[in-house]
Design a protein around this ligand. Structure first.
Ligand code: MN
Length: 329
């Protein structure tokens, strides 16, 4: 046997400014999905992708706006249930009022993190308040809870003071996990990170990465040329593990999310707002919600103060649902 490769180190020199798609990167194109009820707001959903369903424990990514709500209702998502996940609400512009079945009533604001842990069951609503500024722009991401933690009690936390790294022409807010020695106060249950990066025109930023993590880059407002891909806002660029750093640059001002984590090892069954492991578990959670949403049960208690009515669960598919691996083999 002999190594016939002429340039065996080529993969390692495939830099962020490489002209062709680098090995071990994958562009996940988003699909447009209506969010909430009849006056739905469109969102761009890049996770789960068809082949790659997760990045670390991150299992869902929606980006919306910037949208002018002057003549629209904005986000109006009535009470609905979640199990088995954490929701990460992140705003760039505007306000969203979060209410949940624990009695939380929180105004989600730009640059602040609202993180809700569903555990065995929580219900919440997300609504644009009547006095919100006209522009709405943000993201919602979900983190799957691992087996030991997914049956635990629900929780909600709001973090107004997150660590911020400032570098020449760049500002990095650590939303979850650690980055360059700074830690988010948010409680998570698997090794992962999340950050918002803003770049001034022409700025260049090198961020240290955990080489044990896989990562994803989600531009929020301007396309990024990265590892040979043009990544439009709402799309997600997957970066395989083994990277020690990420070099970011943009000729324009740019805002993006960086997420990462240890590759998840459990297969998930994601249906509607429920993250479980098998068909029967999802059927039970759906039945519990259908009983509880009129205020008659104990698993999903009412969302305090929401004008309602709660969202009915969609019909179950006729076929038995199966869990899926984090990435298609
Ligand atoms: Mn929700």
């Amino acid at each position: 046997m002999s190594n016939q490769e002429r340039h065996p180190s080529e993969q390692r020199v495939c830099t962020a400014q490489h002209p062709a798609p680098c090995p071990d990167t994958e562009l996940l194109l988003p699909r447009e999905v209506p969010l909430g009820g009849p006056r739905a707001m469109p969102v761009l959903r890049s996770l789960p992708g068809k082949n790659r369903r997760m990045i670390g424990a991150w299992c869902f990514a929606d980006v919306y706006g910037p949208t002018d709500l002057t003549h629209q209702a904005g986000m109006q998502v009535p009470p609905h249930p979640h199990i088995g996940l954490q929701t990460v609400s992140w705003l760039v512009e505007g306000r969203v009022r979060h209410r949940d079945s624990l009695g939380s009533d929180q105004l989600v604001q730009p640059g602040q993190l609202s993180i809700m842990t569903a555990g065995h069951g929580i219900a919440h609503s997300e609504r644009t308040p009547p006095d919100a500024p006209p522009l709405l722009h943000g993201a919602q991401l979900w983190i799957a809870l691992p087996e030991p933690d997914r049956h635990g009690p629900p929780a909600f936390a709001h973090h107004a003071d997150l660590p911020v790294l400032t570098r020449p022409g760049a500002r990095v807010t650590v939303i979850a996990g650690d980055l360059d020695g700074r830690s988010s106060p948010a409680r998570v249950h698997t090794p992962l990170m999340g950050a918002e990066v803003t770049l001034a025109p022409g700025a260049r930023l090198v961020l240290p990465l955990n080489p044990g993590f896989e990562h994803g880059v989600l531009p929020l407002d301007t396309p990024l040329d990265l590892f040979g891909h043009r990544v439009e806002p709402g799309a997600l660029l997957y970066l395989g593990p083994g990277r020690n750093e990420l070099a970011l640059a943009s000729p324009h001002s740019a805002r993006l999310l960086l997420i990462g984590g240890t590759p998840f090892t459990e297969d998930l069954l994601m249906w509607w707002n429920l993250v479980g492991r098998d068909h029967d578990e999802i059927v039970r959670a759906r039945a519990d919600w259908e009983r509880d949403r009129t205020g008659h049960g104990t698993r999903f208690t009412p969302v305090t103060g929401d004008p309602g009515p709660a969202l009915p669960a969609p019909d179950l598919p006729t076929a038995r649902m199966r869990p899926r691996p984090p990435r298609r083999p």
